[in-house]
Design a protein around this ligand. Structure first.
Ligand code: NAD
Length: 385
């Protein structure tokens, strides 16, 4: 069945067909059983490279036969005209920020994500100090450009290196285009703006990006950061297409909800990142740089144990909770290995146990919305309304 047409990455093929050893048989069975899928259109049986594949059918087998939704849900990104998958691929792990990731693994993860319906990829020159962009660019090369929405950033270049000037912004976009091996970036975002002057972002950085938009190098413009007040401050002074907030729509912190009505009525696209609180809501050890205060870490450990006793992984409930709000167009998840890609896609297809969710909400009561300071002190005390 068309195997001769496959020229996918060898490792990808090995994973899909020969490990575990029942997959090969399942794939054949799937093509037979799910013949209806084939008649639904070429799009649905074409892999990331545009080839008709058994591999795709193998992944469909799980989706068809285990009752999961067939295609990852997409939502409109405000008025941009883009529809983003509810799970976005956060590419900071490709820069090695949570541990080393090989190019082979990155290739597999990116392709598996696309085959599963993920269409938003978010990266930055800062992640791994340009490494994540380079690795992502290689992993995406060869995949038709219209299969994914590419988001990257300007302004942050190292943990303490920021430059939001018009000149550096224009140069940074050109550098990102080269590393990402593309001629346009779908969403360019000013990265962690609380570390800079918000007046400069509104009066210099965003206008510089609008010029690049006129040149066709970028399609839409966004801002990112941790303290929520920064978004209102900039939106009051400049037109912005999207905001990216992180660690504020999780099991322990839902403070982003306070901004949703304002963002929604201003037609600003909403991307929420880090549904695991950058690893707090997983069973993995935290990286040294993690800024969470001790009481929050302790509550997350207790929550993890509660989930384990209930027979689920905390990452599963955390992601399901984050995806449930329809006003949030996409939730960016940092994917660090192959298993995580598969687990997260599977989690997205089911709903959380409501009684477990209620127990978790009660457990986090004492640390609800506990956060940490980021950037300039004055940017951490801005009003939300
Ligand atoms: P996250 O909350 O998505 O957590 C990532 C961590 O969870 C990693 O250690 C990863 O290995 C682990 N993980 C993922 N799936 C797992 C699973 N199924 N089981 C166990 N562990 C799992 O945090 P993040 O990666 O920092 O954020 C996601 C993305 O959002 C980033 O990659 C980035 O693209 C974006 N982001 C942007 C900003 C910004 O612009 N200021 C800030 C934070 C995040």
């Amino acid at each position: 069945m068309r195997l001769s047409r496959l020229n996918m990455h060898e490792e990808y093929i090995r994973m899909r067909y020969f490990r575990p050893n029942t997959r090969h048989q399942k794939a054949k069975t799937c093509i037979h059983v799910c013949g209806g899928i084939r008649s639904r259109g070429r799009e649905r049986i074409v892999d990331a490279f545009g080839h008709l594949t058994v591999a795709f059918a193998a992944s469909r087998f799980r989706l068809c036969c285990e009752g999961d939704s067939e295609v990852l849900e997409t939502r409109e990104l405000a008025t941009t005209g883009l529809r983003t998958s509810i799970v976005g691929f956060g590419a900071s792990p490709l820069g090695g920020v949570f541990g080393e990731v090989t190019q082979v693994d990155a290739d597999w993860m990116v392709r598996a994500a696309i085959d599963s319906g993920v269409n938003l990829f978010d990266v930055s020159p800062y992640y791994g100090i340009t490494k994540a962009e380079t690795v992502l660019g290689k992993a995406l090369s060869g995949i038709p450009r219209d299969r994914y929405i590419l988001a990257t950033k300007v302004g942050r270049y190292d943990s303490a290196s920021f430059d939001f000037s018009a000149e550096r912004t224009a140069a940074s976009v050109d550098e990102s285009l080269r590393r990402l091996q593309t001629d346009h970036i779908d969403l360019i975002q000013c990265h962690d703006i609380e570390f800079g002057s918000l007046d400069q972002i509104a009066e210099e950085t965003i206008p510089a990006l609008r010029k690049l938009q006129e040149q066709g190098k970028v399609r839409y413009i966004g801002i990112t950061g941790l303290p929520l007040g920064i978004f209102k401050f900039v939106l009051d002074r400049a037109k912005v297409d999207t905001i990216l907030s992180y660690c504020h729509y999780t099991l322990y912190d839902n403070s982003l909800e306070q901004l949703l009505p304002m963002l929604n009525s201003a037609s600003v696209g909403i991307i929420s990142a880090a549904p695991f609180g950058m690893g707090l809501l997983t069973d993995r050890p935290l990286p040294d740089w993690h800024p969470a205060p001790e009481p929050l870490r302790q509550a997350c450990t207790t929550a993890r144990e509660l989930c384990e006793r209930s027979g689920v992984r905390i990452s599963q409930v955390a992601l399901q909770y984050a995806l449930a709000n329809p006003i949030i167009s996409s939730t960016l998840v940092g994917m660090g290995n192959r298993k995580q890609v598969e687990e997260n896609i599977a989690s997205a297809a089911t709903r959380p146990d409501q009684s477990l969710l209620a127990e978790l909400h009660a457990l986090f009561q004492d640390v609800r919305n506990l956060t940490w300071s980021s950037g300039r002190p004055e940017n951490n005390i801005l009003p939300l309304t």
